[in-house]
Design a protein around this ligand. Structure first.
Ligand code: PNS
Length: 159
């Protein structure tokens, strides 16, 4: 049985993230989505809120598991029993950094990292851009799952 860990900040989850997670759900026996706490980046949403958004966005795949983690990704992988880390790649610009992380994680624990190509139509998406567009009053309903669009609207109205 192969367990894959799909890590990320997911602040907030986008349709690109969901695409990668769903592809993994169809490939691996067990998939754990790892949400990093990221205190240094002062996220817009808490890890619990991000997990709730992911859970409702991927409700059709109830066997997905979710975990919040702080510290090293390889420690999280060990704790959840993952043999594989899966990251999405949007473009060559992601590749240099992702390769560096993959090689560091291999050095730290020997774990395998696999890359899933993001759907071409979603290649320009990022959580930061989504937050910027939403914060400036733009429509993000085609970029993020409905639960995320609603949460963004509420969080921005509160600020
Ligand atoms: O969605 P992101 O921001 O691209 O996710 C980045 C993530 C969570 C995969 C990365 O920040 C990470 O691995 N954080 C854990 C800390 C860690 O293990 N650092 C050493 C990496 S080689």
């Amino acid at each position: 049985m192969t367990t894959a860990l799909v890590p990320g900040s997911f602040d907030p989850p986008t349709n690109g993230h969901v695409d990668v997670i769903v592809r993994c759900a169809n490939l691996f026996d067990r998939v754990v989505v790892g949400v990093v706490g990221n205190p240094s980046k002062s996220p817009m949403f808490t890890s619990e809120e991000r997990i709730e958004m992911l859970r409702s966005s991927c409700a059709e795949w109830p066997h997905l598991e979710y975990v919040a983690f702080d510290g090293l990704l390889v420690d999280c992988a060990r704790d959840v029993g993952a043999q594989v880390i899966v990251k999405g790649l949007r473009a060559m610009t992601d590749f240099d950094y992702e390769l560096q992380l993959a090689q560091m994680n291999r050095h730290l624990s020997g774990i395998v990292t696999m890359f899933v190509a993001t759907a071409p139509a979603l290649g320009y998406l990022s959580s930061s851009l989504v937050k910027e567009v939403a914060g400036l009053g733009g429509d993000v309903t085609k970029l993020v799952p409905p639960a995320v669009a609603a949460a963004l609207k509420e969080r921005i109205a509160d600020d």
